[in-house]
Design a protein around this ligand. Structure first.
Ligand SMILES: C[S@@+](CC[C@H](N)C(=O)[O-])C[C@H]1O[C@@H](n2cnc3c(N)ncnc32)[C@H](O)[C@@H]1O
Length: 294
């Protein structure tokens, strides 16, 4: 895959930014313990259509054993538990895990029976045996991990070698021209985010992920972009207690003063004091490189 020199320079700048700004684990845990109070209120994470699109992309089988990495309050985990034999979820935040365990009690009984474990674990050091999972999913987790290569290598270790697949879900910009604005917004919103992920757009994500995955012995297989409608006000509830009102106002201001073509691309509409717009997510499927040789 061909990468231009300016793309390399941009990536180098982001890597340096990430190192300089890297947040220690206890801070990440603290931020997400706080966020566990409000994550369930963030509606797009539980959007049925999006969950269904992800499920169809992952294409699980009834007999599969699945791991949801960085499960948060378990939106994806609960959904998938209805379609596999055994569902496991892990998260570094004890409060997120406690919330997921509570949420699961309210889920459909038949699906609840498939819920095998929900535990506090760090993705960089998973407590599962090797060659264990048919499917590993990770939505909006990767951009928080401090050692992304190590995290992917751990996922690879616990993945079944010949048949297993990993599906990563991350938000991206629709166009290269939108990256600067998104990056400003995400820096305001999310103190625990790795900056290099804020530069992803529809034209560079394949090369970005292919490079990231190959370092961990995985290969990029296929992807799909899907746009989910989202209330900006509701999205920003996810940072209650972490970022004050002035950050939210600034984000709203940035969106309202965005170029017309940006507003059209994201189908931005005013609704009372809220903004409704689409949020593009990309689903990436990866496999162990060894599967090519089998
Ligand atoms: C935005 S939430 C993801 C929510 C969930 N995956 C979903 O889609 O509904 C990000 C999660 O990553 C978790 N996380 C961050 N670093 C982690 C690590 N090193 N190991 C495991 N989980 C981690 C956080 O605790 C948080 O719950």
């Amino acid at each position: 895959m061909h990468l231009r020199v300016d793309t390399y320079l941009l990536r180098l700048k982001d890597i340096i930014f990430d190192i300089v700004n890297s947040i220690p684990y206890n801070r990440v845990k603290k931020i997400f313990d706080q966020r566990s109070e409000v994550l369930d209120e963030v509606e797009w994470l539980r959007d049925k259509e999006l969950l269904n699109v992800i499920k169809n992309f992952v294409d699980p089988e009834d007999s599969d054993r699945l791991l949801d990495v960085a499960t948060g309050t378990g939106a994806l985990l609960s959904y998938f538990s209805c379609y596999v034999q055994e569902a496991h979820g892990i998260d570094i935040s004890g409060k997120m895990v406690a919330k997921t365990q509570k949420n699961v009690l309210n889920s459909d009984e038949a699906c609840r029976d498939n819920m095998a474990s929900i535990t506090v674990q760090d993705v960089h050091n998973l407590e599962f045996p090797k060659n264990y999972f048919d499917i590993i999913v990770c939505r909006n987790g990767l951009h928080h991990f401090i050692g992304i290569k190590k995290a992917l290598m751990e996922m690879r270790r616990v993945l079944k070698k010949s048949t297993g697949k990993i599906v990563i879900v991350e938000g991206i910009a629709l166009n290269e021209n939108d990256v600067a604005l998104w990056r400003s917004i995400l820096e305001l919103k999310d103190p625990a985010r790795r900056n290099s992920f804020a530069t992803l757009h529809s034209g560079n994500y394949e090369a970005f992920f292919a490079q990231l995955l190959i370092k961990a012995g995985l290969h990029y297989e296929r992807s799909r972009i899907y746009c989910v409608d989202r209330s900006v006000k509701n999205w920003l509830r996810g940072i209650n207690g972490i970022r004050g009102v002035k950050y939210k106002h600034r984000i709203m201001q940035l969106l309202r003063s965005a170029p017309e073509e940006f507003k059209m691309r994201y189908n931005m509409r005013e609704k009372g004091d809220d903004i409704i717009m689409v949020h593009p997510v990309v689903m990436i499927q990866a496999r162990d490189t060894l599967t090519e040789e089998v």
